[in-house]
Design a protein around this ligand. Sequence first.
Ligand SMILES: NC(=O)C1=CN([C@@H]2O[C@H](COP(=O)(O)OP(=O)(O)OC[C@H]3O[C@@H](n4cnc5c(N)ncnc54)[C@H](O)[C@@H]3O)[C@@H](O)[C@H]2O)C=CC1
Ligand SMILES: O=C(O)C(=O)[C@H](O)COP(=O)(O)O
Length: 323
Amino acid sequence: MTKPVLLMTRRFPDAVEARAQRDYVTIPNPADTAMESAAIVAAARQSGAEGILCAAGDAMGAATLAALPESVRVIATFSVGTDHIDLGAAKARGIAVTNTPDVLSVATAEIAFLLILAAARRGGEAERLLRARQWTGWAPTQLMGVTLEGKRLGILGMGRIGQALARMARGFGMEIHYRNRNRLPAEEEQGAIYHDSDKGFLRAIDVLSMHIPGGAATRHWLDAERIAWLKRGAIVVNTGRGTTVDDAALCAALHSGHLRAAGLDVFEGEPRIFEGYHTAPNTVLLPHLGSATVETRDAMGFRCLDNLDAVLLRGEAPLHPVA
Ligand SMILES: NC(=O)C1=CN([C@@H]2O[C@H](COP(=O)(O)OP(=O)(O)OC[C@H]3O[C@@H](n4cnc5c(N)ncnc54)[C@H](O)[C@@H]3O)[C@@H](O)[C@H]2O)C=CC1
Ligand SMILES: O=C(O)C(=O)[C@H](O)COP(=O)(O)O
């Protein structure tokens, strides 16, 4: 049987590439960076690609979707987030889109909790102090943070990752509050307190952890007005998408002291980051590491290939179609 042609927009983990090469004629991206629209279209046309394995950051917008050759039947993204893909355009072209839910929830929640701990206990500042050779010795008032036990964690977006974070935070004695599009069934809430308004939610909490998807509907969700609803001394953490935060408003609140600290894994316009973050006090910044564990990245790749196999090898419906 002839192997289907698969365009791969990035380098993926070795085990994922090996399986892809076994079952497909793979077309790699020699540059190994996010692919621009023209490059994706050219590579798909030249190769007659039937599937595309892409990742967040690749240009899968309306222009790309419109120009892809008829041969493309499925796009599998190596991410749960799909804000880089024009889903309407894909549907109009009859191209299936699949993502990687569940397998990255724990890894991403771990990074969210790492940021919550680092922001609360001033881990970033403390490390910078030592590396600058400026530590003068233990002192009773040096770099005091805040204890998490007993504090109220507010989870914005109580989906797969938000719920994984809630399980971890309960172990640290935090009280869980959440805001979601819909209230969870009582048996899934496990004591978490649901808020039916953004204002009531933000006023109640000490730490905000953001897990909502990117895209037009959530752009700059955390703006100056909502930041003002947070208590003085609150902490903000974002491992969802950078577009959900108004960077200028967040930096202003860090500088003014209204917010105690922020921990960010994702940024609008990444890999460039808002200039103000370089000098904002009490910030911990990570380069989009949410799902970056060996186990998780392999599982994400295999989930992509399982979906591609269903469509391209077996002629079946994808296992994880994006609605
Ligand atoms: N930092 C990283 O490396 C990673 C980031 N992500 C991001 O995390 C996001 C969440 O992933 P999952 O938990 O798997 O998705 P999910 O779909 O299970 O959960 C998202 C939740 O957000 C809620 N929501 C959406 N808009 C809302 C709004 N305006 N107000 C309140 N709630 C809202 C939904 O009701 C849903 O429960 C992804 O869309 C992706 O952008 C995902 C994986 C890794
Ligand atoms: O799943 C998502 O959504 C993510 O953010 C991925 O974990 C990371 O996607 P890349 O930006 O590494 O493609």
